[in-house]
Design a protein around this ligand. Structure first.
Ligand code: ACO
Length: 402
């Protein structure tokens, strides 16, 4: 249950709400979630309509600017993002200096943070044109950076963007093509990845988005703010869950594939054993994104002829959970991460790339939330209080008397 206690201190009234279970940190017009009903809307548009009919850059525009673009506006936006996908040569060198085994999320957040040093003309948070430039730069460069983290982790040469292709299609080409190879990604894969990025594009005040807002509330620049969001997303209880799901499924497969045995360990709350990809702070119903991802997982695996025993294990776990009192009574349903890893794996991504893909998708949401925060006259620097429970005043004891 929710424990909220209010304490009267000499400083005034303090509300104690660990994990901010019951605290709204802002007003927002961007994303609406009804966790009990399993509803998610961006700017009023239901997520299933956007996933089936829109495109990632159109959704980015919608989240950031508040309205769907006209065809001319969309074309201009796509063209601008495309034109900025190339990174500075020194940036390419910088990307190549991380150790081969570095986790891509650490590389990604460092790289996004470093962008501010390459584009000092894009840092003024209160100049609308500058903010728009930074927005386009971040969307464009994040795509390039995400493909570079994949390539550097494999020691492969970095490829230049091709401006004639779409955002997702060229991301896949830059990620998977060999140098000088004529490479056109499978349209099924392009469509599925576009859809996944849309599903991840925003999710109101989650851990990483709240981080972006609180960092930005000090008027730190937008690159520093979204880089902090990437770090928050890297944790296994947040964006890192998609990677954790795949290791969990692989572990179950390695132990003979017995889903029931694993579920017993989860229910016994064995140290460190959780059904990853299940449960959500806000959704107490089926995560609407998970329903779309599940359909997509079947479609992609079938189209690529990449049947995966891990998908069968995932479905077996879900089937047990949906009829088991442990999960029913705690309202634990699959979240967006439960099936995404299986799709990314079939597409050819290593598990360590799953969370960077989440970050690529979430970037428009972080940018939209940062922009809303900076323009909101009620924004104050984020500064929670605490209830001090440490020692009362005591005198310093010199080292030889301790
Ligand atoms: N497996 C087993 N039990 C679980 C799980 C799970 N995945 N999630 C929650 N529970 C249980 C808890 O043990 C607790 O049981 P109790 O009441 O007997 O103590 C109860 O359900 C409530 O769980 P909390 O951890 O208090 O819920 P909270 O809202 O703090 O956590 C979270 C939400 C972090 C998502 C949690 O469900 C979890 O750890 N899930 C697995 C990780 C995961 O998939 N994260 C991705 C989240 S979505 C995203 O970031 C895109």
């Amino acid at each position: 249950g929710v424990v909220v206690s209010t304490l009267l201190r000499d400083t005034g009234l303090v509300t104690v709400d660990p994990g901010f279970m019951n605290t709204a940190s802002c007003e927002s017009k961007i994303t609406y979630i009804d966790g009990d009903e399993g509803i998610l809307r961006y700017r009023g548009y239901p997520i299933d309509q956007l996933a089936s009919q829109s495109s990632f850059l159109e959704v980015a525009y919608l989240l950031i600017h508040g309205e769907l673009p006209s065809p001319t506006e969309l074309e201009a936006f796509e063209e601008r993002v495309n034109r900025h996908t190339l990174v500075h040569e020194d940036f390419r060198t910088f990307m190549g200096t991380f150790p081969r085994g570095a986790h891509p999320m650490a590389v990604m957040s460092s790289a996004i943070n470093a962008l501010s040093t390459f584009y000092p003309e894009s840092l003024d948070p209160f100049d609308p044109e500058t903010v728009e430039l930074a927005t386009v730069l971040i969307l464009a460069k994040t795509r390039t950076i995400t493909s570079y983290v994949h390539r550097t982790s494999k020691g492969e040469p970095l490829l230049y963007p091709d401006y004639s292709r779409g955002y997702v299609e060229d991301f896949l080409r830059m990620t998977f093509a060999q140098p000088y190879q004529q490479y056109t990604p499978d349209p099924v894969v392009v469509e599925a990845l576009d859809k996944l990025l849309i599903l991840h594009a925003d999710h109101e005040q989650n851990c990483s988005t709240s981080t972006v807002r609180i960092v930005g509330s000090s008027h730190a620049n937008i690159y520093a703010s979204v880089a902090a969001g990437i770090n928050a997303l890297s944790g296994p209880l947040h964006g890192g869950a998609n990677e954790a799901v795949l290791s969990m499924l692989a572990e179950i497969q390695g132990n003979g594939g017995d889903a029931t045995d694993f579920m017993t360990r989860v229910k016994n709350k064995e140290q460190g054993v959780r059904l990853m990809g299940f449960g959500h702070r806000v959704y107490k119903n089926y995560d609407p994104r998970a329903a779309i991802v599940k359909q997509s997982a079947h479609a992609v695996l079938e189209a690529l002829g990449a049947a995966d025993e891990l998908l069968d294990i995932a479905m077996a776990l879900e089937e047990i959970a949906l009829s088991d009192d442990y999960f029913i009574s705690r309202k634990l349903y699959p979240n967006v991460d439960f099936y995404t890893g299986l799709i990314y794996k079939a597409m050819g991504f290593a598990p360590s790339m799953f969370t960077p893909l989440f970050a690529l998708g979430r970037m428009p949401g972080w940018i939209a939330q940062w922009r809303e925060m900076i323009l909101d006259p009620s924004t104050k620097i984020g500064r929670p209080r605490q209830v001090y429970t440490g020692a009362t005043e005591r005198d310093y004891v010199p080292a030889d008397q301790r």
